[in-house]
Design a protein around this ligand. Structure first.
Ligand code: HEC
Length: 103
């Protein structure tokens, strides 16, 4: 009896966290696609950097603001600005993808 109550409690907790977890996975999957289409030619397939451009896996979790600014505005003439090409949501999805690989 006690055991059943425990199992029920565990199932309840699992079903509560599931939606958030599912959304994260959806963002990571969408970000992987945005990355593969737009970023991988320079930054390397699946974030595996070939040298010459910054390795995006080296970005720290607290560097989201820096990431947003550089991706939106571009940098140094070689990193193109993505404002108007990618939506802020797509840029967030690429960040979710990078974090899923880097962390
Ligand atoms: C045409 C090649 C090219 C493409 C395409 C490209 N980048 Fe870059 N990126 C660069 C180069 C070169 C730099 C280094 C710029 C500099 O600092 O002078 C850079 C720098 C960056 C940086 C700064 C990294 C750091 O640690 O300083 C970020 C973040 C970044 N790119 C993200 C992206 C994302 C996300 C995409 C896809 C939406 C993308 N880049 C597409 C060439 C590219």
């Amino acid at each position: 009896m006690q055991q059943n109550v425990k199992i029920a409690a565990v199932l309840l907790v699992l079903s509560a966290v599931q939606p958030a977890f599912g959304q994260d996975k959806a963002d990571v999957a969408a970000g992987a696609e945005v990355y593969a289409t737009n970023c991988s030619p320079c930054h390397g397939e699946r974030l595996a950097n070939s040298g010459g451009v910054p390795d995006l896996r080296a970005l720290k979790p607290d560097e989201k603001a820096k990431f947003d600014a550089i991706v939106t505005d571009g940098r140094g003439g070689q990193m193109p600005p993505w404002e108007g090409v990618l939506t802020p949501e797509q840029i967030n999805q690429v960040w979710a993808y990078i974090r899923s690989v880097a962390d």
